[in-house]
Design a protein around this ligand. Sequence first.
Ligand SMILES: Nc1nc2c(ncn2[C@@H]2O[C@H](COP(=O)(O)OP(=O)(O)OP(=O)(O)O)[C@@H](O)[C@H]2O)c(=O)[nH]1
Ligand SMILES: [Mg+2]
Length: 441
Amino acid sequence: MDRRAPPTRCAVITPALAKRATRGAPERRSPQSRLEEAVGLAAAIDLDVVYSATIPLSEIRPATFLGSGKVEELEGVVRAEAVDLVFFDAALSPVQQRNLEKAWSAKVVDRTALILEIFGMRARTKEGALQVELAHLNYQRSRLVRSWTHLERQRGGFGFLGGPGETQIEADRRLIGDRILRIEKELEQVKRTRGLHRASRKRVPYPIVALVGYTNAGKSTLFNRLTRAEVMAKDLLFATLDPTLRAVDLPHGTRIILSDTVGFISELPTQLVAAFRATLEEVLEADLILHVRDISHPDTDAQAADVSDVLEDLGVDPQPGGRVIEVWNKIDRLAPEEREQVENRAARGGAEAPVPVSALTGEGTDDLLGLIERRITAGRVTVSVTLAAEDGEGLGWLYRHGEVLERITDDDGAIHVALRIPPDRAGLITRRFGARRVHPT
Ligand SMILES: Nc1nc2c(ncn2[C@@H]2O[C@H](COP(=O)(O)OP(=O)(O)OP(=O)(O)O)[C@@H](O)[C@H]2O)c(=O)[nH]1
Ligand SMILES: [Mg+2]
């Protein structure tokens, strides 16, 4: 259904608190790049950004966030630019939101609401859609105002872009509560199914390699390059939402499953962190995590720090060297001397060394595949097993529990199998098939 409303005229406001007001919390980004990201978020949902500004302020006012002089000044802007919607890039309390809407006679959405809206538009799988809806309902319930979003969406509309005349209706708490219960039940059902899928995948001996990284870092482009797939890769924040999996054969024949997933962003709404835990659970279980960074971005370090924070929250040690490999993407965009620095850093080697690549041109991606293979197979052992000709069940078991490198049937029908397995499975094999030659690869 493509019922396009005329583009909504949007003003993007990024408040920049003075150091004092942030209680010394380190600000990782410049106000300018925060504003650029905010404009990118608005654009990600097809808003027509007609005005954008950083508003410096020394303290947050409980009633309107900004001081009264600023509120008035912006009222003039909203009127002059015929703004329908103000994206206020911070967390607003319901009271602040309402007061600003009154003062500006325009719809006001904060960062959480906007990101929820983007996620709502992008969710494709049933689970993704349910999780976004759940996050939405929780957000609404916490604000006691009926939202412009999922109710509108059910009518096939464009969420809060739904037009004027929309009033803030007191939410019917009970209605929302009932709905939350229903969705939670449905989610449980979907999760059970997914759990089964995952369990069956676990039995597949292929290691899982997960791509993570800041939104727009180039994960999907890299995924496509490595798998020759065609996942949507766009200069768009949160182009990918639902996880995608695909098998890749590494240079020496090791097969892995590569997973592309949702990108991270600073101040990811807590509702969504919870909701997307399931998506990110794939990451938790991955054998290897590729942290894809846009090394050409001025905020690359701040972005990497944000990603590390989320990984840490999920219980993954974000330090490169362990399960994480840092992939420094977009080297084609670097100036020659910057590029040299990056390459020197990579050449120093070691387990923590980043891998410079360009997902766009393909430079460095062969090295990356080689490294993935070395890391995956390191510590694996090869075992040789001989089976009686009639032991079809045993053969099936081996295929499920290891990576069969070679299988030879000799003249009297006996089957010799060379199997590569993680070391912790060696005991299992010896127990089941008797003592066998076990040697490291
Ligand atoms: N110059 C250059 N551009 C790249 C490279 N890799 C990706 N891009 C561009 O960066 C933009 C974002 O790429 P995506 O692959 O969609 O990024 P993503 O990390 O999947 O983003 P989300 O799904 O939004 O989290 C696209 O316009 C890509 O063409 C690269 O190596 N060099
Ligand atoms: Mg993507």
